[in-house]
Design a protein. Structure first.
Ligand SMILES: [Zn+2]
Length: 256
């Protein structure tokens, strides 16, 4: 007797390369080997995770493909297993309003509603993504804001059970440097010296990691120049050299 392979609810469409080429600016930066690896990861994410649409919304191949491409980019140097805390991906057509109180400045709580572009619930809950944001961010990495990279970064952070700005590092001895660099940069961000990081990263160490991740992928040259130590700890963790990739692509454009 043999086991039947469970048929996935969704598969990567045949024209996934066209969809990614049209919608995801990062694609142009990748070399052939990286593109092949990205496709394998996208297939694993589309087939291996549960995808849900918010009420009254329907998922399309384009939606799954564009979100999966950005999520795959994040773990291009890590592998699919790093998404073991992602149980489901819930896509809303647009920004969702949250009515939960949230932490404000200096230990206060502020009442909602607040716009939520995305949400990575604690533990093994779903990742919630606003499609209009995800699509716009995929086309405009120069904004330095990417809701998919942000929310999936939280999922990496929580692999060690707690969102504290530190995902499981590859070597235990990296912990001290990670902590020193991130704590120092979080303090600088809070006094207005965070560029190119978004101010929202000053909320807490968890948001700092997610926001720094967005800059690492979307503004790598700016991050490397302004905050070289932060760039290096992120490069070592993600096992990708995004600045080298950006320079290589720029060189290709100039015809070198
Ligand atoms: Zn966040």
């Amino acid at each position: 007797m043999r086991f039947l392979r469970r048929r996935p609810a969704a598969t990567l469409p045949d024209d996934w390369v066209d969809i990614v080429e049209r919608n995801v600016a990062h694609w142009a930066l990748l070399d052939d080997e990286e593109r092949e690896r990205l496709g394998d990861l996208m297939e694993a994410i589309v087939e291996g995770k549960r995808w849900e649409a918010a009420n009254g919304f329907a998922l399309t191949d384009e939606i799954r493909t564009v979100i999966a491409a950005q999520a795959a980019l994040l773990v291009l140097g890590l592998g699919f297993d790093w998404y073991r805390a992602v149980q489901a991906i819930v896509v809303h057509p647009s920004t969702v309003m949250s009515h939960e109180p949230r932490p404000g400045p200096a230990g206060t709580m502020e009442d909602g509603p607040f716009p939520l572009l995305g949400l990575a619930d604690s533990n093994f809950g779903p990742v919630l993504i606003a499609w209009d944001e995800a699509r716009a961010n995929a086309r405009h990495p120069e904004w330095g804001h990417d809701v998919v990279l942000h929310e999936f970064a939280h999922k990496l952070d929580m692999l060690d059970d707690v969102i504290n700005g530190t995902p499981p590092l590859h070597r235990r001895e990296d912990g001290v440097r990670w902590y020193e660099v991130c704590t120092g940069e979080l303090a600088l961000l809070r006094v207005g010296e965070g560029w190119p990081l978004r101010d929202y990263g000053g909320t807490d160490p968890g948001e700092f990691f997610a926001v720094a991740t967005e800059a690492f992928f979307d503004l790598p040259l700016e991050l490397e120049a302004a905050k070289p130590e932060l760039y290096r700890v992120l490069r070592d963790f993600y096992r990708q050299d995004t600045a080298v990739r950006a320079r290589r692509a720029a060189g290709r454009e100039e015809g070198h």
